[in-house]
Design a protein around this ligand. Sequence first.
Ligand code: GUN
Length: 294
Amino acid sequence: MPAQIIDGKAIAAAIRGEIKAEVEAMKAASGQVPGLATVLVGERKDSQTYVRMKKKACAEVGLNSFSYDLPEDVSQEELLKLVQDLNANSDVHGILVQLPLPDHLDTETILSAISLEKDVDGFHPVNIGRLSMKQREPLFVPCTPKGCIELLDRTGIEIEGKQAVVLGRSNIVGLPVAMLLLHRHATLTICHSRTRDLPQVVRQADILIAAVGRAEMVRGDWIKPGAAIIDVGINAVDDPTNERGYRLVGDVAFDEAKEIAGAITPVPGGVGPMTIAMLLRNTTDGAKRTLAGA
Ligand code: GUN
Protein backbone atom coordinates (compact mmCIF):
# COMPACT_ATOMS: atom_id res chain seq x y z
CA MET A 1 0.00 0.00 0.00
CA PRO A 2 1.46 3.42 -0.90
CA ALA A 3 2.46 5.65 2.00
CA GLN A 4 0.30 8.30 3.60
CA ILE A 5 1.54 11.65 2.26
CA ILE A 6 2.09 13.99 5.20
CA ASP A 7 0.66 17.33 4.04
CA GLY A 8 2.93 19.91 5.67
CA LYS A 9 1.19 22.73 3.84
CA ALA A 10 -2.20 21.85 5.36
CA ILE A 11 -0.77 21.19 8.84
CA ALA A 12 1.14 24.50 8.77
CA ALA A 13 -2.02 26.32 7.64
CA ALA A 14 -3.95 24.84 10.58
CA ILE A 15 -1.19 25.98 12.98
CA ARG A 16 -1.20 29.48 11.47
CA GLY A 17 -4.98 29.55 12.05
CA GLU A 18 -4.47 28.62 15.73
CA ILE A 19 -1.83 31.34 16.12
CA LYS A 20 -4.01 33.96 14.42
CA ALA A 21 -6.80 33.29 16.94
CA GLU A 22 -4.32 33.55 19.86
CA VAL A 23 -2.93 36.84 18.52
CA GLU A 24 -6.43 38.29 18.17
CA ALA A 25 -7.25 37.27 21.75
CA MET A 26 -3.98 38.79 23.00
CA LYS A 27 -4.70 42.04 21.19
CA ALA A 28 -8.23 42.21 22.61
CA ALA A 29 -7.04 41.52 26.15
CA SER A 30 -3.84 43.59 26.30
CA GLY A 31 -3.69 45.81 23.21
CA GLN A 32 -0.37 44.14 22.36
CA VAL A 33 0.63 41.94 19.45
CA PRO A 34 3.76 39.81 19.10
CA GLY A 35 6.57 41.38 17.08
CA LEU A 36 9.34 39.69 15.10
CA ALA A 37 12.50 41.51 13.99
CA THR A 38 14.27 40.01 10.96
CA VAL A 39 17.89 40.87 10.28
CA LEU A 40 19.29 40.14 6.83
CA VAL A 41 22.92 40.81 5.99
CA GLY A 42 23.98 40.97 2.33
CA GLU A 43 22.12 39.96 -0.80
CA ARG A 44 21.99 36.16 -0.92
CA LYS A 45 18.94 35.32 -3.02
CA ASP A 46 17.94 32.29 -0.91
CA SER A 47 18.17 34.28 2.35
CA GLN A 48 16.18 37.14 0.83
CA THR A 49 13.46 34.68 -0.18
CA TYR A 50 13.32 33.04 3.26
CA VAL A 51 13.12 36.40 5.06
CA ARG A 52 10.43 37.65 2.67
CA MET A 53 8.37 34.50 3.35
CA LYS A 54 8.78 34.94 7.11
CA LYS A 55 7.59 38.57 6.98
CA LYS A 56 4.61 37.63 4.79
CA ALA A 57 3.62 34.87 7.22
CA CYS A 58 3.78 37.36 10.12
CA ALA A 59 1.38 39.70 8.32
CA GLU A 60 -1.02 36.83 7.58
CA VAL A 61 -1.47 35.93 11.24
CA GLY A 62 -1.42 39.49 12.58
CA LEU A 63 2.12 39.63 13.98
CA ASN A 64 4.14 42.82 13.62
CA SER A 65 7.38 42.43 11.72
CA PHE A 66 10.30 44.82 11.73
CA SER A 67 12.88 44.27 9.04
CA TYR A 68 16.51 45.30 8.97
CA ASP A 69 18.48 44.83 5.74
CA LEU A 70 22.17 45.47 6.25
CA PRO A 71 24.93 45.71 3.64
CA GLU A 72 27.26 42.72 3.06
CA ASP A 73 30.18 44.67 4.58
CA VAL A 74 28.43 45.71 7.82
CA SER A 75 30.84 45.58 10.75
CA GLN A 76 30.49 43.20 13.67
CA GLU A 77 30.08 46.23 15.98
CA GLU A 78 27.23 47.68 13.93
CA LEU A 79 25.41 44.35 13.85
CA LEU A 80 25.92 43.83 17.59
CA LYS A 81 24.59 47.35 18.24
CA LEU A 82 21.43 46.54 16.24
CA VAL A 83 20.91 43.29 18.19
CA GLN A 84 21.31 45.19 21.48
CA ASP A 85 18.80 47.83 20.38
CA LEU A 86 16.33 45.08 19.45
CA ASN A 87 16.92 43.37 22.80
CA ALA A 88 15.86 46.61 24.48
CA ASN A 89 12.85 47.25 22.22
CA SER A 90 9.65 46.16 24.01
CA ASP A 91 7.69 45.91 20.73
CA VAL A 92 10.06 43.14 19.61
CA HIS A 93 9.47 39.68 21.09
CA GLY A 94 11.60 37.69 18.66
CA ILE A 95 14.89 38.41 16.88
CA LEU A 96 15.87 36.40 13.82
CA VAL A 97 19.30 36.89 12.28
CA GLN A 98 19.16 35.03 8.97
CA LEU A 99 22.04 32.58 8.50
CA PRO A 100 24.54 32.11 7.00
CA LEU A 101 26.27 35.40 7.80
CA PRO A 102 29.18 36.67 5.67
CA ASP A 103 32.55 35.19 6.68
CA HIS A 104 33.91 38.35 8.35
CA LEU A 105 31.16 38.17 11.00
CA ASP A 106 31.40 35.81 13.97
CA THR A 107 28.11 33.92 13.99
CA GLU A 108 28.60 32.55 17.50
CA THR A 109 29.17 36.04 18.97
CA ILE A 110 26.13 37.47 17.18
CA LEU A 111 23.82 34.62 18.21
CA SER A 112 25.08 34.83 21.81
CA ALA A 113 24.19 38.55 21.91
CA ILE A 114 20.49 37.89 21.26
CA SER A 115 18.48 38.05 24.47
CA LEU A 116 17.54 34.52 25.59
CA GLU A 117 13.91 35.64 25.89
CA LYS A 118 13.88 36.76 22.22
CA ASP A 119 15.89 33.89 20.71
CA VAL A 120 12.99 32.59 18.57
CA ASP A 121 15.40 30.62 16.35
CA GLY A 122 16.58 28.73 19.44
CA PHE A 123 20.23 29.04 18.31
CA HIS A 124 21.58 30.84 21.39
CA PRO A 125 24.24 28.59 22.99
CA VAL A 126 22.30 28.54 26.28
CA ASN A 127 19.08 27.41 24.58
CA ILE A 128 20.98 24.75 22.59
CA GLY A 129 22.80 23.70 25.78
CA ARG A 130 19.52 23.28 27.64
CA LEU A 131 18.10 21.30 24.71
CA SER A 132 21.07 18.97 24.99
CA MET A 133 20.44 18.12 28.64
CA LYS A 134 17.75 16.19 30.40
CA GLN A 135 15.08 18.23 32.17
CA ARG A 136 16.56 21.62 31.29
CA GLU A 137 13.84 23.28 29.29
CA PRO A 138 15.14 25.66 26.59
CA LEU A 139 13.09 28.84 26.22
CA PHE A 140 12.88 28.15 22.47
CA VAL A 141 13.49 25.10 20.28
CA PRO A 142 14.88 25.60 16.72
CA CYS A 143 12.06 25.91 14.19
CA THR A 144 12.79 23.21 11.59
CA PRO A 145 13.44 20.45 14.18
CA LYS A 146 10.35 21.51 16.12
CA GLY A 147 8.37 21.37 12.86
CA CYS A 148 9.57 17.80 12.18
CA ILE A 149 8.28 16.60 15.57
CA GLU A 150 5.01 18.49 15.13
CA LEU A 151 4.47 16.72 11.77
CA LEU A 152 4.93 13.34 13.45
CA ASP A 153 2.63 14.29 16.35
CA ARG A 154 -0.13 15.71 14.19
CA THR A 155 -0.01 12.62 11.93
CA GLY A 156 -0.44 10.39 14.99
CA ILE A 157 2.99 8.74 14.63
CA GLU A 158 4.24 7.42 17.97
CA ILE A 159 7.88 8.31 18.76
CA GLU A 160 8.45 6.62 22.12
CA GLY A 161 10.40 3.37 21.87
CA LYS A 162 10.88 3.66 18.09
CA GLN A 163 14.17 3.33 16.22
CA ALA A 164 14.86 6.82 14.88
CA VAL A 165 17.63 7.53 12.39
CA VAL A 166 18.74 11.11 11.70
CA LEU A 167 20.78 11.72 8.56
CA GLY A 168 22.96 14.79 9.09
CA ARG A 169 24.45 16.52 12.11
CA SER A 170 24.06 20.24 11.36
CA ASN A 171 23.56 22.77 14.15
CA ILE A 172 20.34 23.97 12.52
CA VAL A 173 18.59 20.61 11.96
CA GLY A 174 20.41 17.31 12.56
CA LEU A 175 21.71 17.85 16.09
CA PRO A 176 18.64 19.58 17.57
CA VAL A 177 16.15 17.16 15.97
CA ALA A 178 18.17 14.27 17.39
CA MET A 179 17.89 15.80 20.88
CA LEU A 180 14.13 16.24 20.50
CA LEU A 181 13.70 12.60 19.44
CA LEU A 182 15.75 11.48 22.42
CA HIS A 183 13.64 13.57 24.80
CA ARG A 184 10.60 11.83 23.33
CA HIS A 185 12.18 8.46 24.17
CA ALA A 186 13.17 7.28 20.69
CA THR A 187 16.21 5.02 20.33
CA LEU A 188 18.51 7.20 18.29
CA THR A 189 21.16 6.79 15.59
CA ILE A 190 22.78 9.85 13.99
CA CYS A 191 24.43 9.25 10.61
CA HIS A 192 26.87 11.44 8.70
CA SER A 193 29.33 11.41 5.83
CA ARG A 194 31.61 8.89 7.55
CA THR A 195 28.91 6.43 8.58
CA ARG A 196 29.70 2.95 7.24
CA ASP A 197 27.07 1.03 5.29
CA LEU A 198 24.51 3.82 5.43
CA PRO A 199 21.72 1.90 3.63
CA GLN A 200 21.91 -0.86 6.21
CA VAL A 201 21.66 1.64 9.10
CA VAL A 202 18.74 3.47 7.46
CA ARG A 203 16.92 0.14 7.00
CA GLN A 204 16.58 -0.05 10.81
CA ALA A 205 14.63 3.20 10.99
CA ASP A 206 11.00 3.28 12.09
CA ILE A 207 11.36 7.06 11.85
CA LEU A 208 13.81 8.59 9.38
CA ILE A 209 14.71 12.30 9.42
CA ALA A 210 16.76 13.13 6.32
CA ALA A 211 18.70 16.41 6.54
CA VAL A 212 21.89 16.08 4.50
CA GLY A 213 21.17 18.32 1.50
CA ARG A 214 21.92 15.67 -1.17
CA ALA A 215 19.29 15.25 -3.85
CA GLU A 216 17.44 11.90 -3.66
CA MET A 217 20.33 10.20 -1.89
CA VAL A 218 18.07 7.84 0.10
CA ARG A 219 16.73 5.17 -2.24
CA GLY A 220 13.54 3.15 -1.94
CA ASP A 221 15.37 -0.05 -1.01
CA TRP A 222 16.92 1.71 2.03
CA ILE A 223 13.48 2.12 3.60
CA LYS A 224 12.02 -0.18 6.23
CA PRO A 225 8.46 -1.14 5.24
CA GLY A 226 5.98 1.08 7.08
CA ALA A 227 8.58 3.66 8.20
CA ALA A 228 7.72 7.34 8.73
CA ILE A 229 9.96 9.60 6.65
CA ILE A 230 10.46 13.31 7.29
CA ASP A 231 12.47 14.78 4.43
CA VAL A 232 14.10 18.09 5.35
CA GLY A 233 16.19 18.38 2.16
CA ILE A 234 15.40 21.09 -0.39
CA ASN A 235 17.66 20.50 -3.40
CA ALA A 236 17.43 22.09 -6.85
CA VAL A 237 18.03 19.67 -9.73
CA ASP A 238 18.17 20.57 -13.43
CA ASP A 239 14.88 19.98 -15.22
CA PRO A 240 14.54 21.34 -18.77
CA THR A 241 10.83 20.40 -18.77
CA ASN A 242 10.22 22.89 -15.97
CA GLU A 243 9.84 26.55 -16.99
CA ARG A 244 12.35 27.59 -14.32
CA GLY A 245 14.85 25.04 -15.67
CA TYR A 246 15.00 23.24 -12.34
CA ARG A 247 12.79 21.52 -9.79
CA LEU A 248 13.07 20.98 -6.06
CA VAL A 249 13.58 17.50 -4.62
CA GLY A 250 14.29 16.17 -1.15
CA ASP A 251 17.09 14.00 0.22
CA VAL A 252 14.83 10.97 -0.32
CA ALA A 253 13.85 9.51 -3.72
CA PHE A 254 10.16 10.21 -3.10
CA ASP A 255 8.59 8.07 -5.86
CA GLU A 256 10.55 5.00 -4.75
CA ALA A 257 10.19 5.55 -1.01
CA LYS A 258 6.43 6.20 -1.04
CA GLU A 259 5.82 2.63 -2.25
CA ILE A 260 7.48 1.22 0.88
CA ALA A 261 7.12 3.78 3.67
CA GLY A 262 4.05 4.09 5.91
CA ALA A 263 4.09 7.89 5.79
CA ILE A 264 6.30 10.43 4.00
CA THR A 265 6.59 14.20 3.58
CA PRO A 266 6.76 15.59 0.03
CA VAL A 267 9.27 18.22 -1.15
CA PRO A 268 8.10 20.90 -1.53
CA GLY A 269 5.06 21.02 0.77
CA GLY A 270 6.35 18.98 3.70
CA VAL A 271 8.77 20.38 6.26
CA GLY A 272 9.29 23.76 4.53
CA PRO A 273 5.98 25.40 5.54
CA MET A 274 6.40 24.05 9.08
CA THR A 275 9.63 25.97 9.71
CA ILE A 276 7.84 29.28 9.29
CA ALA A 277 4.78 28.15 11.26
CA MET A 278 7.10 27.24 14.18
CA LEU A 279 8.78 30.65 13.98
CA LEU A 280 5.36 32.29 14.37
CA ARG A 281 4.62 29.86 17.25
CA ASN A 282 7.89 30.73 19.02
CA THR A 283 7.39 34.48 18.57
CA THR A 284 3.83 34.28 19.92
CA ASP A 285 4.94 32.13 22.87
CA GLY A 286 7.72 34.63 23.61
CA ALA A 287 5.24 37.51 23.60
CA LYS A 288 2.86 35.60 25.88
CA ARG A 289 5.68 34.90 28.32
CA THR A 290 6.68 38.58 28.36
CA LEU A 291 3.08 39.68 28.91
CA ALA A 292 2.72 37.21 31.75
CA GLY A 293 5.88 38.71 33.27
CA ALA A 294 7.58 35.29 33.26
N1 GUN B 1 19.17 29.63 7.59
C1 GUN B 1 18.67 28.40 7.25
N2 GUN B 1 17.72 28.02 8.13
C2 GUN B 1 17.61 29.01 9.04
C3 GUN B 1 16.79 29.19 10.17
O1 GUN B 1 15.96 28.35 10.55
N3 GUN B 1 16.97 30.37 10.84
C4 GUN B 1 17.89 31.29 10.47
N4 GUN B 1 18.01 32.39 11.21
N5 GUN B 1 18.66 31.15 9.43
C5 GUN B 1 18.52 30.01 8.70
